[in-house]
Design a protein. Structure first.
Length: 401
């Protein structure tokens, strides 16, 4: 079977996903164009050799609808022969795009694919697509749906995580992210966003708050208690009757903020890489999808990672570095506990609690961060895992070349 090699991984900075954010003025198709243009010029890619462009985007309406992948390829003046596909596996869409590309390469039927994601949450807020999972009360009540913040609080309650523990994790994320930015760890991978006149708009991740302290975090109000009172705590207790009370502990400080951004990963087989003079950085060893119920919602990473490790004939101790998306603090701490991951191997440059989460792009960004860090530390094997709506989880194992 053909190996799927990663030849490059690039991204824009993550901007604040609000109207006051630096990237609010940039349409999602232009965020995508920035990374498409850079990937092509960086490697002098003959785009006619690209078999597919797969782009994850969660809220696929308006400016983010109508297949941004094919539109982006045309907009970036890529060869007319490049097809495109837009996918939605909620927050893991960017990672799933990469995984699909790897499967296509490993099948031997395609040779070179660009995959990744884009999301402008400042311009197209989460939930704008009004899907039945959330907005149809008949559907959501039947499946036991609760908002992800309620699910995160449920995990914290079941696992006995205190507010202080969640805030300590959040503070560490901010500190690690600030150190990584100041040390230039992402300089080779971040593509600055400019306007059409070449004037800079954003060159570094915008949301990181280096002045965060435990006192600041401790004084932030709880985010999801009111939602719980409005019926969601009852849903939790219906599905988890052993829970006497949901302890609402997550705040804006220990949860990810909305963000804007785009990311791409160049994936291909060995022969096409040689022919184009590309140097492989890593190969995709295994991918896996799994799910849990829609009430606990954010624990899908655990069966997905268990499945990926089993299929790769590996154990958790074989992984040098881990990236688990920080949608909320509690699911990451649960993941860390279940796989007995040393904290100095998990999210070593901080995560979405610090940087923000541009939904459809996040997974591809995490994969790129992981490759950069494996190279920086001269380590070999890494795993990325993401939780998301509906209870799903996606995990990807890579090995450096």
């Amino acid at each position: 079977m053909t190996e799927a090699y990663i030849y490059d991984a690039i991204r824009t900075p993550r901007g604040k996903g609000k109207k006051a954010g630096a990237l609010y003025e940039v349409k999602p198709i232009d965020l995508l164009r920035v990374v498409l243009d850079t990937l092509q010029s960086r490697h002098d890619l003959p785009t006619g050799k690209i078999d597919d462009l797969i782009i994850g985007c969660v809220t696929s309406v308006g400016e983010q609808g109508g297949n941004l992948a094919r539109t982006g390829a045309l907009y970036a003046n890529w060869h007319d022969s490049v097809p495109g596909m837009q996918i939605n596996r909620f927050c893991a869409s960017g990672l799933e795009a990469v995984n699909l590309a790897a499967m296509k390469i490993r099948s031997g039927w395609e040779q070179l694919i660009v995959a990744g994601g884009v999301e402008s949450m400042s311009r197209t807020p989460m939930g704008s697509d009004l899907g039945p999972l959330i907005y149809d009360p008949i559907v959501s009540s039947k499946i036991g749906y609760v908002p992800q913040g309620i699910g995160a609080d449920l995990i914290a309650t079941r696992e006995g995580f205190t507010r202080k523990r969640l805030d300590e994790f959040a503070l560490a994320s901010q500190e690690k992210a600030h150190k990584a930015i100041e040390s230039g760890f992402f300089d080779q991978s971040i593509i600055p966003v400019q306007d059409f006149n070449g004037m800079p708009i954003l060159s570094k991740d915008e949301q990181v708050r280096p002045n965060t302290t435990m006192d600041i975090l401790a004084n932030l109000p709880i985010s999801f208690a009111e939602m719980g009172k409005n019926g969601y705590d009852d849903v939790v207790q219906m599905h988890y009757p052993a829970i006497e009370k949901v302890h609402h502990l997550h705040t804006a400080g220990n949860s990810a903020s909305p963000a804007d951004g785009a990311a791409l990963v160049l994936i291909g087989g060995k022969e096409i890489g040689k022919a184009l003079g590309l140097k492989p950085r890593a190969k995709i060893k295994m991918v896996a999808n799994a799910s849990v119920n829609a009430t606990i919602v954010l624990e899908g990473t655990i069966p997905a990672t268990t499945k990926a490790l089993k299929q790769a004939k590996m154990k958790a101790k074989d992984i040098d570095l881990w990236e688990m998306n920080e949608a909320f603090a509690a699911p990451v701490l649960k993941f860390q506990r279940d796989f007995n991951i040393p904290m100095d191997k998990l999210n070593v440059n901080g995560g979405s609690i610090a940087y923000g989460q541009p939904l459809g792009a996040t997974g591809a960004m995490l994969l790129g961060m992981l490759i950069d860090e494996l190279e920086r530390q001269d380590l070999h094997t890494g795993l990325v895992s993401m939780c998301m709506g509906g209870g799903m989880g996606v995990s990807t194992i890579i090995e450096r070349c």
